[in-house]
Design a binder for this molecule. Structure first.
Ligand SMILES: [Zn+2]
Length: 115
């Protein structure tokens, strides 16, 4: 089963926003919560990234890379990078995966790889 992260599409102007807001960020006119819930785009452009080396003890890796990606729908999202030599501006595609696992809890997030 393909996992998704869901965004909110304004029924008035069709703008897609994430995370949830009670008023549409584009038309500013939607004060009745009239949004359709739609899967977020999984393709975009890498805006910036960082390499983390001091992680909490429950991570099963010594380091990881985080990036901020501008998706094709215009939203920006933070996700892990599964890319050896990331370059700002490169095209990436996302996949929703378990990014952190605690004793009884799995946390999902977007993991980006090269397109
Ligand atoms: Zn709107």
């Amino acid at each position: 089963m393909e996992l998704n992260i869901y965004a909110y599409k304004c029924k008035r102007c069709k703008h897609i926003q994430y995370p949830y807001r009670t008023i549409c960020r584009k038309c500013g006119d939607n004060d009745h919560n009239e949004f359709d819930i739609v899967p977020m785009s999984k393709k975009g452009k890498l805006l910036t990234f960082t390499h983390l080396f001091t992680l909490p003890a429950d991570y099963e890796t010594a380091s990881l890379m985080l990036g901020i990606v501008e998706l094709d729908d215009g939203n920006r999202i933070t996700g892990q990078l599964d890319i050896d030599n990331p370059k700002i501006g490169m095209k990436v595609k996302g996949d929703v995966q378990i990014v952190r696992q605690e004793l009884y809890e799995k946390r999902l997030g977007m993991v980006f790889s090269k397109m």
